[in-house]
Design a protein. Structure first.
Ligand SMILES: [Zn+2]
Length: 389
């Protein structure tokens, strides 16, 4: 690791500062500004680069390139002048909460299973962690509880730069072989890790950690977690949504799962009953129909599946060639046409054109929507289908 003496290392809580502009040059679609010293953390170690402003000019990202920290600015700033830097503190602090939360969680996985964190991505919302061994969702949740218990105990986050001899005696986690000055982050009873990110000083500032998912991934395990304010925002959204569900179902917030299951079962029973009645209704309707080549039927309040059931029965029992059915839909009529003899696709195009419709299908069956009057639909269907005979 190189020298680690920038302002964000000396004080990860610094959110405003002044520093001299050393360099400024065009970089991609922005200007890269290099400062003598900075509190802007450059993207690295899985932690995103900082955002904020320099002299009121937007800094959209901070990156490290060829040993220099580049502040990507919307406009140029004259070298030699002083720049006033302001961090987007909410964003940075959320990243510190997430990043430190990741230490606690990965540290606990390591202590329990000995697995390494082999992939770490901190997105705008979620933190994705890849471990090199298997564990279950239940175990992931047990670790979530352990991590939160450590947060509530407000354990400190300690930074140290041990000598090479001292380092050899420390069982720290690291993603790569390190030499020279190594920055060790220690959280008692939780984690020892070589890291150059920014952290909160005490775990209590994380507030909460929540595991969102845990699944096998490339022979190991992928876990998505949230920490800090982002975890709170997520839980708030889920709570609000559950509250709305409880209002709609008129049940307690703690009973929405059972109540939803009950409503779904009830709805399934209704569907079974309706389907049985529909079969009886179809037999009854078909019995009274005359024997014809082309049948055109209007049906009240039927789904496409029900129209299909009726249509197939008509063709089977009346030995017809084609059967067209339609039923009211939103602002028009849903239709379904079946044929044993005619290719329906060109007919469907023609019908859609004349009846302001849309839809399509196969040679034997087409379905869609007509935006026209009922009498007009009947007349046009009859004309087009009979002409195709
Ligand atoms: Zn770290």
């Amino acid at each position: 690791m190189e020298e680690m003496n920038e302002l964000f290392y000396r004080d990860s809580y610094c959110r405003e500062f002044t520093a001299e502009v050393k360099e400024c040059f065009p970089y991609k679609n922005a200007y890269a500004v290099v400062l003598e010293d900075t509190a802007f953390y450059p993207e690295g170690g899985g932690q995103p680069g900082d955002r904020g402003t320099l002299n009121g000019i937007e800094v959209s990202d901070t990156i490290k390139k060829d040993g220099k920290i580049l502040h990507l600015c919307a406009a140029a700033i004259e070298p030699g002048t002083q720049a006033e830097g302001k961090l987007d503190w909410k964003y940075r602090f959320n990243n510190m909460q997430s990043h430190t939360g990741e230490h606690v969680y990965s540290g606990l996985v390591h202590r329990r299973f000995g697995y390494e964190n082999v992939g770490f991505h901190m997105g705008r919302e979620m933190i994705t962690l890849d471990f090199d061994g298997p564990f279950s969702y239940e175990e992931a949740l047990e670790l979530e509880r352990e991590a939160n218990e450590r947060i509530w105990r407000d354990l400190p986050v300690l930074i140290s730069f041990p000598s090479e001899e001292e380092l050899q005696a420390i069982p720290y986690r690291s993603k790569k072989e390190l030499s020279g000055k190594v920055r060790i982050v220690t959280i008692p009873e939780s984690d020892i890790c070589a890291c150059c990110g920014t952290h909160v000083t005490d775990l209590g500032q994380i507030g909460i950690i929540k595991v969102l998912s845990c699944a096998p991934h490339k022979g190991g395990t992928r876990v998505d977690i949230l920490a800090g304010e982002r975890a709170y925002e997520y839980l708030f959204d889920v709570w609000s949504n559950n509250r709305e569900v409880s209002r709609l179902l008129r049940c307690k917030e703690s009973e929405t799962g059972n109540e939803t299951q009950r409503v779904l079962n009830e709805s399934l029973q209704k569907d079974i009953r309706r389907s049985k009645l529909m079969k009886e209704y179809v037999s009854f309707i078909v019995e009274d129909l005359p024997v014809k080549n082309v049948h055109i039927l209007y049906e009240e309040e039927k789904s496409v599946n029900e129209l299909r059931l009726l249509g197939n029965k008509v063709l089977d029992e009346k030995k017809g060639d084609s059967c067209a059915l339609f039923s009211e839909g939103n602002e028009g009529y849903n239709y379904l046409i079946l044929s044993n003899v005619t290719d329906l696709r060109p007919l469907c195009k023609q019908l859609n054109q004349r009846l302001s419709g849309r839809g399509g299908g196969s040679k034997e069956m087409v379905s869609g929507f007509f935006k026209a009057e009922r009498s007009e639909i009947e007349a046009v269907l009859s004309e087009v289908l009979n002409a195709a005979e």
